[in-house]
Ligand binder design. Structure first.
Ligand code: SAM
Length: 389
């Protein structure tokens, strides 16, 4: 496909997303209906769509309207390219610019990162992030880095780096964590690489890796990952020490791939339903459903789909999960609360509410990671059960 044809495809997909379809199904639907497109085309179109969604409102101002066309015209202008050269109407290129599209341009405030956050979230965003609010908003407008977690059960970081290099993937170590590698080139080759297929690395952002590394884990500990989902945290914890780890999720289908991933990683993870959970865990991890506001640069359509009622529902769900798991922690054991959100009401506010109702817990520490620090926004609060059942 020509660059102009890719832009034309992105316009159609963006129109479907603006009409309410989530991004992933919209991209998948287009790919299924467009068998002529190769993997390079699909990847390039995906990049265009995600870039447009990250900067949705400022691009709409630059391009003259909140539509697929407006966003693509805005993106070309942002890149310093002339939309007239792409919008030619010839050979699968989008139809030529209308006079009003040619005349449109950004207002000064549209260039501000804050215009690419939903208006209603700004007061909460600012209250949560204080002096970091603007840089955190700006970080959400760029592509996220890709991080790998080295599985120490399978290889050392140096072995993994050499093996990845042989497969055309370049990585950088970080002083923050020896088992974390930042991918600097070849990220699209990861899924096919030997290191990945042999369970030596998993894709995982830096901040959840740091959060898992900060948890207290003794050999033999009974650990429950109560919101296991795909199992990213379970795998990271099981790789750290010989523990008895149980994974659970209210939607068990989300854990469907976890047994195979555990085998690949050389760790044991038991899958349990609600009735099989029992009590007296040394550590219960709750990586709760959240707004995902710390990861909006990875899932930019989520930022535009969230509304105040949805955020309230999430906050109630989080409180309910904390209530459910509190009795499962043994006296002296730990409860780790995690979100990939930057909003205080999902993080410190949620923990403050929990502590008011549960005098038997004390907080050992909390940590916040912000997107500008190279990883996604993430929050961890580690609580200890000081009281009896
Ligand atoms: C943020 S995701 C977890 C991601 C996962 N820990 C990982 O690292 O890949 C939150 C998960 O919580 C689950 N969930 C939602 N409500 C729940 C509840 N009441 N009890 C347990 N799990 C719940 C969701 O199905 C979802 O898989």
């Amino acid at each position: 496909m020509t660059p102009a044809a890719r832009i034309d495809a992105a316009i159609g997909i963006l129109d479907a997303i603006l009409a309410g379809q989530p991004a992933e199904p919209a991209l998948l639907g287009w790919a299924r209906a467009s068998r002529f497109a190769g993997s390079g085309d699909r990847a390039a179109i995906r990049d265009l769509v995600f870039e447009a969604l990250r900067r949705r409102d400022s691009l709409a101002a630059l391009g003259g309207g909140l539509s697929g066309r407006g966003l693509m015209i805005g993106l070309l202008r942002l890149r310093g390219e002339d939309p007239d050269e792409v919008f030619t109407g010839q050979r699968h290129a989008p139809p030529p610019l209308l006079a009003e599209e040619r005349a449109a341009g950004a207002s000064p405030e549209a260039a501000d990162a804050l215009s690419d956050l939903p208006d209603w979230i700004w007061p909460d965003w600012q209250a949560s992030l204080g002096p970091d609010a603007r840089t955190a908003a700006e970080a959400m407008r760029s592509r996220a880095p890709v991080w790998l977690r080295v599985n120490p059960r399978r290889a050392t970081p140096d072995e993994v780096r050499a093996e990845l290099t042989r497969d055309g993937i370049e990585t950088e170590a970080t002083p923050d964590l020896p088992t974390a590698l930042r991918v600097v080139a070849g990220e699209r080759r990861i899924a096919g690489s030997t290191a990945y297929r042999e369970g030596k690395v998993e894709l995982q952002d830096l901040s959840p890796q740091l959060a898992c590394a900060a948890l207290p884990l003794q050999a033999g500990a009974r650990v429950l990952d109560y919101c296991a989902g795909g199992g990213g945290k379970s795998l990271a914890l099981a790789a750290r020490a010989e523990i008895a780890l149980t994974a659970h999720d209210a939607a068990p289908a989300r854990m469907a791939d976890l047994p195979a991933r555990a085998v690949r990683a050389g760790v044991e993870i038991a899958i349990a339903s609600q009735g099989q959970l029992g009590r007296d865990y040394d550590l219960v991890v709750v990586d709760v459903p959240c707004s995902g506001s710390g990861t909006w640069r990875r899932t930019p359509d989520a930022k535009w789909r969230l509304d105040p009622a949805g955020l309230d529902r999430l906050i109630r769900t989080q409180a309910g999960i904390l209530r459910e798991v509190a009795p499962m922690v043994r006296p002296g054991g730990h409860l780790a609360y995690m979100t990939c959100s930057l909003l205080a009401q999902e993080n410190a506010g949620q923990i403050a509410d929990f502590m008011r109702e549960n005098a038997g817990f004390s907080q050992e520490f909390e940590r916040k990671w912000l997107a500008p620090q190279g990883s996604d926004g993430f929050y961890l609060s580690l609580l200890r059960r000081i009281g009896p059942h």
